[in-house]
Design a protein around this ligand. Structure first.
Ligand code: CLF
Ligand code: SF4
Length: 499
């Protein structure tokens, strides 16, 4: 189940190797970590120049998402294609949650908003443009926003998400603006399959339909990937998993994008409902179940590295992944000119550096102890963790709106994803209807780790075969998972785990 982190061929460009691939080849002895998500657990897993690009990016590094925030500004509403899962009244469903309308901004308002957020949120490390519309088609507005923001806040990383059709025309400018992270949504490499997803595209001054539209889109997406990889710009590929249309096919997509240098592949479930007013929503096309999504991810093992911590954000989302502080920063609440405290931003990053080292050391020690005490062949456990931030067990069970899920066996601890549910506790009392939803979300989970849990929900979980443990409150998640596993399956006492 563990994905390789970045393998040599991950960055092997179709028509030859770029310098990054060469660097990786020279480091062929570099080991992969057990992290299965977001590429690389630490600086030892990647060339330093790649680690430098991803270490503060919450989407490209699973570890970074515990510490760093992103914000999106919806500045580019025009789009040059039609996806059957999209309704233009809402955000771009290629990256964002469908059925949601974001605050659309002029570039100058977007800059004002970014400064206001940076003044209040020291965790902010990335500015993304992710619809509604296409960031490369509505290029003038995207470029104006990025140029002004990078002049005012040079420590902020710039990130875009695009369908890729207009992308080859802007790769040079993206490189010149130091945009290191580009997401392309690629749902197919077979234009026949594309005809079921894209009714039309607008390209070189006219509308194209049918297989011709999908063929052009496919060729432009592959060209984009190769151009970006040649310039060492990290590419994440998003694919929307549409059961019955591209579910089996996404394994081929995974292999094809890996061969062209994609850094990460994010397979997202189609979210489809009649009220969204999309072609798929109205025709009854369903999204995948959690098990179907996991099965496709499993089938992609050994290919491009998978992202598993995506939260399908709003196109105006602000905050850590999984939280959205957008309402605090609506345009009408913002000052004309916010003063950003650069020293506070630097202090926060220094704290994160120290915290990360501490966390890694604790996880390594716990795993070493586990390896000493647990027999090979001990069964696999799935453990759900309640965490607010920092990768620590620091949330009460009743407050959890999502659970981070870890898989653990004798080979180690691996993050495998998250599961959402409505929080059980509503201001002092538990809601049994919500508990039913929580149990559904926890299907297949053996153990829940939380900062605190009441006797009643603990018993309900026990009745469902799930053990709730609050003895590891405020510990790092991986450390606690390893300790729980060793306590259950260890044959030899492990001193550090007992301490
Ligand atoms: Fe935004 Fe996307 Fe950049 Fe991240 S989101 S433009 S890469 S900064 Fe991240 Fe949100 Fe998933 Fe996107 S969790 S929807 S992958
Ligand atoms: Fe909608 Fe985005 Fe597709 Fe354009 S690229 S049609 S905005 S989902």
């Amino acid at each position: 189940m563990t994905d390789a982190v970045v393998t040599l061929s991950t960055l092997h460009v179709g028509k030859g190797r770029n310098s990054l691939a060469t660097t990786l080849e020279q480091r062929s002895g570099s080991g992969c970590t057990k992290s299965s998500c977001g590429a690389a657990a630490g600086p030892g897993d990647l060339p330093p120049e790649v680690w430098e690009k991803i270490k503060d990016h919450p989407c490209y590094s699973e570890e970074a998402h515990h510490y760093f925030a992103r914000m999106h500004v919806a500045v580019a509403p025009a789009c040059n294609i039609q996806c059957n899962y999209c309704n233009r009244k809402y955000d771009c469903a290629n990256e964002s949650r469908p059925g949601v309308v974001s605050e659309r901004l002029a570039p100058e308002d977007a800059v004002r908003k970014v400064l206001a957020v940076a003044a209040e949120v020291p965790e902010l490390s990335v500015l993304g443009i992710a619809g509604p519309g296409d960031a490369c088609y509505d290029w003038r507005r995207t470029k104006a926003t990025f140029q002004e923001v990078s002049a005012r806040l040079p420590d902020l990383k710039l990130c875009i998400s695009t369908n890729g059709l207009a992308l080859p025309d802007h790769v040079e400018e993206l490189a010149a603006m130091n945009v290191d992270h580009v997401t392309i949504t690629i749902n197919m490499i077979d234009p026949e399959i594309g005809t079921k997803i894209y009714p039309w595209i607008f390209f070189q001054g006219r509308r194209h339909t049918g297989i011709e539209a999908s063929r052009i889109l496919h060729e432009r997406q592959m060209q984009s990937l190769e151009m970006l990889a040649e310039r060492n710009i990290l590419v994440k590929v998003n694919s929307v998993l549409i059961p019955g249309i591209n579910d089996q096919h996404l394994v081929e997509v995974n292999r094809a994008v890996k061969a062209r240098g994609a850094f990460l592949h994010n397979i997202m479930p189609l979210i489809s409902a009649p009220e969204h007013g999309t072609v798929f929503g109205l025709s009854g096309q369903r999204g995948p179940t959690a098990a179907e999504l996991e099965a496709v991810q499993e089938a992609c093992a050994g290919g491009a590295n998978l992202m598993r911590h995506c939260r399908q954000c709003r196109a105006d989302a602000i905050g850590l992944l999984g939280e959205d502080r957008g309402q605090e920063f609506m345009l009408d609440k913002l000052p004309e000119e916010a003063a950003v405290d650069d020293a506070a931003r630097r202090r926060y990053r220094a704290w994160v550096d120290a915290e990360r080292s501490d966390r890694r050391a604790a996880a390594e020690a716990a795993e070493a102890d586990m390896a000493d005490s647990v027999a090979v062949g001990a069964p696999r456990l799935l453990v759900a963790v309640c965490t607010k931030s920092g990768g620590r067990i620091n949330q009460h069970f009743g407050h959890a709106k999502e659970f981070q899920v870890f898989e653990v066996d004798a080979a180690g601890v691996r993050f495998v994803g998250h599961r959402r549910a409505d929080n059980y506790c509503l201001g002092g009392y538990g809601d049994e209807d919500r508990m039913a939803g929580v149990l559904e979300a926890l299907a297949g989970i053996d153990t829940v780790l939380c900062a605190k849990i009441g006797s009643r929900p603990r018993q309900t979980l026990a009745d469902a075969g799930i053990e709730a443990i609050d003895d590891h409150a405020y510990e790092y998640a991986e450390t606690a998972v390893a300790a729980v596993y060793a306590a259950r399956f260890g044959t030899v006492a492990a001193p550090a785990l007992r301490a």
